[in-house]
Design a protein around this ligand. Structure first.
Ligand code: SF4
Length: 752
């Protein structure tokens, strides 16, 4: 294990550290003294402190040291801006950025890409220059979708990766523990802070039997999603094991890991096997495959490892499935699908079929799909539905262009879109139906929530394997079952489609296509990060001010929020996402969704300096301009929803000092601490009711100490001043964050 094997073919000096991992594991083993699951082995071998770390599945918070970070272009903007504000010369851990989310599908690959490059120029220029400056690998627009690029180039068995995108678990197909996180977590790892994760539970899925015919790897996760539902994987890693894993290609396992995000799982993992070795070899990484073989004993579960829940699936009996509409866990086997469509009045005519995306873009997927299209063409028929292909990467596009699958799709009537997310994330300029018109579409994507693909809430979006997408697109109908039903050829004669076939890996090797990678230059000192001062989409962050060392007296309550206050209420998405790289502009959405207890309305609060009612961000700005600190009072589980760091950055930017609630969603609470704010909870939750929106607040910040409550003095408009005790969960290090103004200020200070 002493060998020096590089993590990938793009970077020098970043090695796979199986030796360190096995040492860490030995320490943990001697402490726990029980067989471990594979998921546990990966996580525990990346512990920051294997000796001292408390380890209990579902309970402890693990401090981990991931091997890599990856960001997509939408989330990378704020992550990198924050990292820049720490003032460090380069990222502390290997990081890549991938341009895939901002490309709209309109007419087809090259034109759409050209248009996106012009519309998003300032964002791409910023990302390209910041990556060059801080030693980050940059994958230009057109390179492909983050998860496909990671699988092709960066994933390795036993590694730990975090990515600022929910489908990061795609890399589980190559035996990696790959977890989707928010930007704040990515920044921690870039800046060399340990990354915290609640020790996941482990759900075992034992696979027996073998896939065949029309059944594909996608059907495994469609079935599992039906069993576990969209919430069933929450807080857990799904660990596939058993003899059935050997009948699934590496890219097929990636598909399963990818869509594991739909059941809320932290990630999904597969044990290292020969199929992974073959894929590593095909992607020019035999050295990694050989190295993994020498460490293979630890790249799978221990004999007798126990799972918190166990599901068994016999692949020989598994039917193809179609999931949806509107939710990915509504799983229907193909034999029952036509009936279900009639019963539920799903529009029978299939308007569009879409294959590809990060979920199902492998060479195998494309070859199988093309074999069905070719079968139809040989009978003189084409797709009846509109048909789109989204190659997952430039390498896949170039390889299927060379080997003929792409031409088959075009002959079949397909439009080949850019190597990007496109319609999967609503980047689809769809013209064939009006908003509000009920219609059906089917894709090989992973997510099908209302409006996701085309912004039309009446679109019934179904997800399935690429094989079934092609077959159903030929029929143009939801009632078609290719396993049993016949189609008509060009002369009106009946025929049945032959089950798909296709090579798993290209026998002539992959064609890399156009070079779309930008490596950081050797001399990075002269690189200037490009942010136009007049940009409305990007803004360099200024470090937040350090705490003034004093108690905060006579503060107004900006808003006393009533009921649910999610991160969406605090920092809305939708059109605001355009400004995610511009803190001042996006702050105009701060708390606009929260309900003010004073009037039961959203985005209308009283300005205590002039008694006028105004929008929440406007009042906060006015206080800030007048040098007045303010607080927010919140209800239960404040900040639930997502890990969106903007929900913590905005109140800090607009001059907030503390958020005082009955309770917090944990990630949001930590995010607030990271930005130098005080998340505090009522020691007696009933005190929430004693606070009125126009009370004035003193906070005795000088009392802040580990494990000690803080005093809040409340001055009602009419009535006696009273005191309330507030709890807090700061540890020593986090108190430094508060004192220095933020976690990043603290990192910058210690880096000097
Ligand atoms: Fe996310 Fe879809 Fe892009 Fe995959 S293709 S990264 S699921 S938006």
């Amino acid at each position: 294990l002493d060998k020096k094997v590089k993590q990938n073919n793009w970077e020098e000096g970043n090695f796979i550290n199986y030796k360190k991992m096995s040492e860490n594991l030995a320490i943990v083993r001697s402490r726990l003294n029980r067989p471990l699951t594979y998921a546990e082995k990966i996580l525990y071998s990346h512990l920051d402190d294997p000796h001292g770390q408390e380890i209990e599945r579902g309970v402890s918070y693990l401090k981990l040291r991931p091997d890599r970070v990856a960001c997509q272009d939408a989330t990378a903007q704020m992550a990198i801006l924050q990292f820049m504000s720490a003032g460090m010369p380069s990222v502390a851990n290997p990081t890549t950025v991938h341009c895939d989310h901002l490309i709209e599908a309109q007419v087809g690959g090259p034109k759409d890409l050209e248009r996106a490059i012009s519309i998003n120029k300032e964002v791409y220029d910023f990302l390209a220059s910041a990556c060059a400056k801080y030693n980050i690998g940059f994958w230009r627009p057109g390179s492909g979708i983050i998860h496909q690029i990671l699988l092709e180039n960066y994933a390795f068995p036993g590694g730990l990766l975090i990515g600022t995108d929910s489908h990061t678990p795609n890399a589980g197909g190559l035996g990696m523990c790959a977890i989707g996180v928010g930007g704040a977590d990515a920044v921690d790892v870039m800046a060399n802070l340990p990354w915290e994760l609640k020790a996941p539970k482990v759900i075992g899925v034992k696979l027996t039997g073998q896939l065949s015919g029309w059944t594909s790897p996608k059907d495994i996760i469609l079935k599992v999603a039906g069993i576990l539902t969209v919430k069933g994987g929450t807080g857990a890693i799904v660990e596939y094991h058993g003899p059935g894993t050997n009948s699934i290609s590496c890219t097929g396992m990636a598909t399963i890991g990818n869509m594991g995000a739909e059941i809320g799982a932290t990630t999904s993992v597969f044990p290292f096997n020969d199929r992974m070795y073959d894929y590593l070899k095909a992607t020019k990484r035999s050295d990694i495959g050989d190295f993994a073989r020498s460490y293979a004993k630890e790249l799978r579960e221990d004999e007798g490892a126990e799972y918190d829940q166990l599901i068994e699936l016999n692949l020989s009996e598994l039917e193809p499935h179609i999931n949806g509409p509107f939710t990915p866990d509504l799983a229907t086997p193909i034999s029952k699908f036509s009936e279900a469509a009639k019963e539920n009045n799903w529009p029978d005519e299939l308007k569009a079929g879409l294959i590809g995306s990060c979920t199902n873009s492998s060479y195998e997927d494309m070859s199988r799909a093309a074999s069905i299209a070719r079968d139809a063409l040989e009978h003189g028929v084409k797709a009846k539905s509109a048909f789109f292909v989204t190659p997952g990467s430039e390498q896949i596009r170039a390889t299927i262009a060379r080997d003929g699958q792409l031409q088959t799709f075009e002959e079949f009537g397909g439009i080949v879109l850019a190597n990007a997310c496109g319609p999967c994330i609503g980047q689809w300029d769809r013209q064939d139906v009006k908003k509000g018109e009920a219609n059906s579409i089917i894709s090989s994507y992973n997510r099908n929530f209302t409006g996701r693909n085309d912004g039309n809430p009446a679109t019934h979006s179904f997800v399935t394997s690429p094989d079934l997408v092609v077959a159903m697109s030929i029929a143009g109908s939801l009632s078609f079952n290719p396993l049993t039903d016949k189609l008509k050829d060009k002369d009106g004669n009946e025929f049945q489609l032959t089950p798909p076939t296709g090579e798993g890996l290209p026998s002539r090797g992959y064609d890399p296509g156009n070079n779309t990678y930008q490596a950081p230059p050797a001399d990075r000192t002269t690189v200037n990060v490009q942010v136009s001062p007049s940009s409305d989409r990007l803004q360099v962050l200024q470090p937040f001010n350090a705490w003034d060392g004093k108690d905060a007296l006579d503060m107004p309550i900006l808003i006393k929020a009533k009921g649910k206050t999610t991160t969406d209420h605090i920092s809305m998405a939708g059109p605001w996402l355009k400004y995610r790289g511009h803190l001042d502009n996006i702050s105009n959405n701060m708390l606009i969704g929260a309900i003010n207890e004073a009037n039961g309305e959203a985005n209308k609060v009283r300005n205590s300096t002039n008694d006028e009612w105004d929008a929440v961000p406007a009042v906060a700005r006015d206080y800030k301009a007048k040098g007045i600190k303010w607080v927010v009072i919140g209800d239960w589980n404040y900040g639930e929803g997502s890990s969106r760091e903007h929900a913590a950055l905005e109140p800090r930017h607009l001059g907030g000092l503390a958020i005082i609630t009955r309770s917090f969603a944990r990630i949001h609470e930590t995010n607030l601490k990271k930005q130098g704010m005080l998340p505090l909870t009522f020691a007696d939750p009933a005190d929430y009711d004693k606070i009125k929106p126009d009370d004035r607040i003193d906070l005795l910040c000088t009392e802040l100490a580990v494990g000690k409550p803080l005093t809040m003095r409340v001055h009602p408009k009419d009535g006696e001043t009273f005191e309330v005790k507030l709890n807090q969960t700061f540890n020593e290090a986090q108190i430094e964050w508060f004192k220095n103004g933020s976690a990043l200020n603290t990192m910058a200070k210690s880096a000097k």
